[in-house]
Every structure is written in C-alpha cells, then in structure tokens.
Design a binder for this molecule. Structure first.
Ligand code: C2E
Ligand code: CA
Ligand code: CA
Length: 406
C-alpha cells in the first residue's frame, strides 16, 4: 500500500516548478514555502502551515507545477494522489467541469503574466504591453476538458427553459393510473411538457436530467405543486371524485427543504388531503443524505405517499425498503415489455410483487401497452397499472373527462 504520510527535513524541496505532479499535499506539521521563478529570481508566493493544502493545481489541470514547494521547517505531509482528485472532477456535471477549467485557465495565465511582468520590470520595460494580456484559455488534455459546444447548449437550454417557465410555456399532462381490482382510474401521474418554439416538443427525459442538479429544478417543482393541487380541486368540483396525483421529484428539490411547506400551503388553499399526493423518486437517484431521510420521515408523519420509480433499474437496495415507509413501487416498462413472452421477465416481476406485498407496499406496473400484459399482471396480484393501453398522458381537461363514464 502507498504510504500517504511523507516527511521532509528543513530546506528540502518537495517539488519543483515545471515538474509533472502526481500528488497534492495537506500539511500535518511544519511550514512550507511556495515560490516561483519571476524574472530569473525565486520569489516567495505563499507560506503555508498546518491544515493547508498545496500542489493541487497541476493535478487538476494536468500541467507542470507552477511553483516550487520547499520545507521551511521539518514537515509532515499527507499526500493526496492525482487519481483521487481527477476522479472527483470527472464526476462533476459538464458545466462545473467547464467552469473549473476556465477559472484554472485564468489562474495559469495570471501566473504566466506575473512572470512576464517580473522579467520585464527587471529589464525596465512597461508592465502592460498587449503581449501580456491573458492568452485565450487552452483546453487541458485530461478529463476536465469538455466540448464547449455541449456546455453552451446545456446552458442555452437551461435559459430557454427558465424563460418558458416564466412565459407559461410549460404545462403538465396527466396519465391515468388504473386499479386492477375494479379497472377504475384512481389517480394520475403528472408529467411535464415543454413546447420549444424552435425545436418543437422536447422530452422531459432530455431536459429534466439536465436541470436536475440546478436550482431551476426547484423552481419548476414549486410551480408544479400549485398546478397539481389546482388540478385535484378541479377534478373534485367537476366529477365529485377524490383521486391522487403523483409528482416526480428530484433530490435537489428535497434538499431545497421547501417542498413540504409549499405542498402544505397549496393543499390547504385548494382543500386537498395529503393522501391525494404521492411523490415519485427514481430508485437510481436515491441518495440517502440527512435531508432525504428527514423528508421521508416528514412525508410519513404528514400523510404524503412515497413511490419508488423505475424500481429494479437502479441499485436495488433492500435496506431502504426496510428502513423507510415507501407506499408503492413502480415496476419499470423494461420488465413489463416482455412479461408475456419471456419467462425470466415474468419471474422477476413476480418476485418484485411478492417482495412488495410482504412489506405492505403496493405495486404499479408501468408502460402497459397490451391487454395480455394486464391479464398476466392481474394473475401475479399486481395492484395498479399505467400505460398507453389505458391512456397516453393528457392535458388537464381531457384527464378530467377521462374520469367521467360516457
Ligand atoms: P417516468 O417518471 O418513468 O414517466 C413515465 C414515462 O413513460 C412518461 O414519459 C410516459 O409518457 C411514458 N409512458 C407511459 N406509459 C407508456 C407506454 O405505455 N409506452 C411508452 N412507450 N411510454 C409510456 P415522459 O412523459 O416522456 O417522461 C419521461 C421521464 O421524464 C419520466 O419518466 C420522468 O423520469 C421524467 N419526468 C417527466 N415529467 C417530470 C417532472 O415533472 N419532474 C421530474 N423531475 N421528472 C419528470
Ligand atoms: Ca415517474
Ligand atoms: Ca417510471
């Protein structure tokens, strides 16, 4: 195993300017001086002590060391390997990678400029010639580098979506969820729709994952809460029926901490019971931080239902099934597609249904397109179904009409 603790005697060089770096360091004991050659003279840039971090720049942008690090006193350092830093950067979304790359580019240019100015000053020249302006940012050659066009199109899309929300160009459609007990529609899943003037309809499967890590997903979620409560009130006043609506939510929305207070406000305004609201969370997006735990617990206390979406496609983790009170799992279309023809798909669905039933969790099968699938799912004791066979997602008025028998 690599020894992560390294020691240097006073005066020893830890790394030199121009070296190719393989580690960054956290100082555990002692003092380190960082210097750089400016106009042929070693110039001190920083004096660092316990707890401070250095040497990361060359690892992030994969370029030679910008300065020399020397132990001023005997030092003990904790080394952080290049891979540890680079793997974290490549886990970031493309926009964050691009921003980091730009900031580092400017920092490198600034260092180069200081060096040029240093040598010019020594030669008695002006400090602000055109040639000293920062050159354009160069792309680095490792994972931080990203096709700028991709980044711009993500940002453009995000801005257009923000504008669409502001202009009222987003709307929700509602897809019926059918009970297999009596073939009645007992609720709807709300699905967002965006018609872009240039590009036409854009699928939420394309734009929601892009906005998911941003604040915009929180703003969209807040708008949706008002929409679904208004819809449920209209269903009640038009048809006399009390149904539920399922809303897809993101971890970012949960972490915003405002989801339930806003929901409470709107359910009270429209006289909706919490039992009419279900939150759908993608199994693969389930990241059980403290805020998410609190949210699950608050939902249980307040009476909102929790649904695990696309069950079986994420990191199927039975620990959270045991620890949190999920009301429903949704079996992904992927398993339902071949349930009639493929014995293995049928067996997987049957196992998921049995597991859920044993835990007092109901099951919705998604993406049902054929009657034979319904017959088989009923035999397997599945509770609810959703799919084009019953109805495609519809605008609010058509969804309300769907509830009224001809
Ligand atoms: P999802 O939550 O799994 O939603 C079900 C998707 O399957 C919907 O696609 C629905 O129109 C589609 N679908 C339903 N029945 C059938 C069927 O029988 N056959 C086929 N081929 N498709 C069927 P949609 O509306 O395009 O949404 C795609 C995904 O985008 C959703 O998958 C969800 O993950 C996300 N999404 C949609 N609306 C929202 C939203 O308001 N908020 C969030 N956070 N995500 C959303
Ligand atoms: Ca869903
Ligand atoms: Ca789903």
């Amino acid at each position: 195993m690599t020894n992560l603790s390294v020691e240097y005697e006073a005066g020893k060089v830890i790394f030199s300017e121009g070296d190719i770096g393989s580690s960054a360091y956290i100082i555990q004991e002692g003092i380190v001086v960082i210097s750089s050659e400016i106009g042929g003279v070693h110039t001190k840039i920083a004096t660092l002590s316990k707890g401070q971090f250095f040497g990361e720049l060359a690892l992030i942008d994969d370029k030679p060391r910008a300065g020399t690090a020397r132990a001023l006193t005997p030092v003990k350092l904790h080394a952080i390997h290049k891979d540890q830093i680079q793997s974290r950067i490549s886990d970031q979304d493309p926009v964050s990678q691009w921003l980091l790359q730009n900031v580092l580019g400017y920092l490198r240019n600034r260092i180069d400029m200081d060096k040029t100015q240093g040598s010019n000053t020594q030669e008695g020249q002006s400090q602000t010639t055109q040639s000293q302006l920062p050159p354009p940012v160069q792309e680095s050659n490792h994972t931080v580098s990203q096709d700028n066009e991709d980044v711009f199109s993500v940002m453009k899309l995000e801005n257009e979506l923000k504008q669409a929300l502001h202009d009222g160009a987003l709307h929700l459609e509602y897809q019926p969820i059918i009970s297999f007990k009596d073939n009645q529609c007992i609720g709807f899943e709300a699905l967002i729709r965006w018609y872009n003037r240039e590009a036409g309809p854009i699928s939420p499967a394309v734009f929601m994952p892009m906005v998911e890590p941003t604040q915009l997903s929180v703003t969209i979620g807040e708008w949706q809460i008002g929409e679904i409560c208004r819809f449920l009130a209209e269903v009640k006043s038009t048809t006399g029926k009390t149904v539920f609506t399922s809303l897809n939510i993101t971890v970012k929305q949960i972490e915003s901490g405002r989801l339930l207070s806003l929901m409470k406000e709107q359910t009270q305004k429209y006289n909706i019971s919490p039992s009419q609201i279900k939150f759908e969370i993608l199994e693969r997006a389930m990241f059980l931080g403290e805020k998410v735990n609190e949210f699950f617990e608050d939902c249980r206390i307040e009476g909102y239902s929790l649904v695990i979406d696309d069950f079986g496609t994420g990191y199927a983790n039975f620990w959270y099934l045991n620890h949190y009170h999920f009301n429903t799992i949704k079996i992904d279309k992927l398993f339902i597609d071949n349930i009639v023809k493929e014995h293995r798909d049928k067996h997987i669905c049957q196992s998921m249904i049995q597991l859920a039933q044993g835990l007092d969790i109901t099951v919705t099968a998604e993406g049902i397109e054929h009657l034979e699938q319904v017959q088989l799912l009923k035999e397997l004791n599945c509770d609810f179904g959703q799919g084009y066979l019953f109805s495609r997602p519809m605008k609010a008025q058509r969804a309300i009409a769907f509830l009224v028998p001809d």
